[in-house]
Design a binder for this molecule. Structure first.
Ligand code: ATP
Ligand code: MN
Length: 467
């Protein structure tokens, strides 16, 4: 076969220099036609679109033609021609075909219309489907959008550790990291495990958040963000929780809660706008296949100003709804941690746009949040989104050494884990704020997928770590 430099399909479909000889490589999606002419839809992952390969059967070896089956990998040399069929500008009149990889009829993606559950069981092959190709291309583009947003605003990308000996949010939901022999665990006279001889000489875990280390950086570099894997051993089998997910955590010196809300709103809008601008074909595909309101929802979020509402008022709205006969599965009252159904009621039924809920009761929020004068609430902010509920959680941080120390002691957090964090307040403390965005929650919103397992290539959830 002649050597011609390969062109990606996304680039080929833009070309108009008909008559040129080109090479494409990709996987067969479908093959149809008559005894004389066959049409192969070839996809190479560079776009949701296929290129059509027109094959005059008389010009090719019969044995080779037999190997062109759904899923097979081909290299095709041919002439770029203007397409007569509707829906595409260019197609390829095949001159030479090489079957790089055959694919027999045990290939599970023979026909279309598999359930999402089935596709999860073949997560090693699902990138070959239109749906997952679209989702993973969008995932990539969102990562770029995030770095671009922060870089342009002078934030530094700061790497916080994945293995940590401090628990940011409170114990119980961390994965332990150990090299101890679990078959021969040494315990002391009280029955406690002695970690002195473990790899790190103390108990260690996978991080649940990079925030505490992020604060160290923000109070030196000014504005930073983290973007890395995050682990939570929460046994909550919901469509919005993963055991391993990616989190983006900006942290900014001198920002108060209002600056923090504005940053969160600008940030999400930037990401959504980016998806519409850079991934339109993929978003449109998902819109048409799964969720006819997806694009309208994305455009809505860009246009609307987010509501800013204190928790106390949010609870009042929810209590009123209950009084008027609205049924929630979980109770609402001042002091309750809101469930996703409550968050979605505020966003989807009451305000019909995103809501930033602020000033939560301190008991249901983390120890580091800035305490309000009322002694009951803290300067927390959760961004609530249609279809998702909480997409961002953040706060202004307690900058006062004595107040923070009092809270740490009140909650019985051991000083051996906290001394270095408290040093930020001891030496040149400053007001600062930040938040965490779950990358996969953002992707749920942007793709319209309804299960978080379908926006990460290889989901880790209770009882599942396959592939
Ligand atoms: P939720 O109440 O939904 O469990 P959270 O209050 O535990 O969230 P934070 O600790 O504030 O969440 O984490 C910040 C962000 O990280 C959340 O707003 C969400 O977008 C994301 N997030 C949290 N837990 C998970 C998870 N298990 N899987 C995927 N994303 C998550
Ligand atoms: Mn949680």
């Amino acid at each position: 076969m002649d050597t011609i430099i390969r062109t990606r399909i996304v680039d080929l479909l833009k070309r108009t220099d008909f008559g040129a000889m080109v090479n494409v490589k990709g996987w067969v999606r479908t093959r149809r036609g008559s005894k004389q002419v066959n049409f192969i839809a070839l996809n190479d992952g560079s776009t949701i679109k296929n290129i059509q390969i027109v094959v005059d059967l008389a010009n090719f070896d019969e044995e080779m033609l037999k190997k062109i089956t759904t899923g097979a990998c081909l290299s095709v040399n041919g002439e770029l021609v203007q397409s007569v069929g509707a829906g595409q500008a260019a197609e390829i009149q095949a001159r030479e075909i090489e079957v790089l990889g055959e694919c027999d009829n045990t290939y599970p993606l023979q026909k279309k219309g598999h359930s999402m559950e089935f596709l999860r069981e073949i997560a090693h092959l699902r990138p070959r489907t239109n749906t997952f190709g679209a989702v993973y291309r969008i995932r990539h583009n969102m990562a770029i959008a995030i770095h671009q947003f922060f870089h342009e605003r002078g934030f530094y990308y700061f790497h916080t550790p994945i293995i940590t000996a401090s628990d940011c949010e409170g114990a119980g939901q961390m994965f332990q990291v150990t090299t101890m022999n679990l078959y021969d665990l040494k315990k002391d006279e009280n029955g406690s495990i002695n970690y002195d001889n473990d790899f790190f000489g103390k108990q260690a875990s996978l991080t649940v958040s990079g925030q505490l280390e992020g604060e160290l950086a923000a109070t030196a570099l000014g504005a930073i963000y983290t973007f890395g894997p995050t682990f939570r051993a929460e046994n909550s089998n919901t469509p919005r929780h993963l055991a391993e997910f990616w989190m983006i955590e900006p942290e900014v010196a001198f920002n108060d809660i209002n600056d923090n809300m504005q940053l969160a709103e600008d940030f999400i809008k930037h990401c959504v706008r980016w998806a519409l601008e850079h991934c339109y074909d993929d978003v449109k595909f998902l819109n048409d296949m799964f969720d006819k309101e997806l694009i309208a929802r994305l455009e809505g979020v860009i246009k609307e100003e987010f509501v800013r509402l204190p928790y106390t008022e949010g609870v009042k709205i929810l209590e009123d709804a209950v009084a008027k006969g609205h049924k929630f599965e979980f109770p609402v009252f001042w002091g309750a941690d809101l469930a996703s159904e409550h968050e979605r009621y505020l966003v989807e039924e009451h305000f019909k746009r995103p809501v930033i809920l602020t000033d939560y009761p301190k008991e249901i929020k983390a120890f580091y949040m800035k305490q309000n004068e009322d002694g009951k609430t803290v300067r927390a902010m959760d961004v609530l989104f249609p279809k998702i509920g909480e997409i961002i959680g953040g706060s202004e941080r307690e900058a006062d050494y004595d107040k923070l120390l009092a809270r740490v002691e009140e909650l019985g957090i051991p000083m051996k884990d906290m001394w270095w964090y408290l040093d930020t307040r001891k030496y040149g403390t400053c007001p600062h704020s930040g938040f965490g965005l779950g990358f996969e929650r953002l992707l749920l919103f942007v793709t319209g997928m309804t299960n978080i397992r379908d926006v990460i290539p290889f989901p880790r959830t209770p009882n599942n770590a396959n592939f």
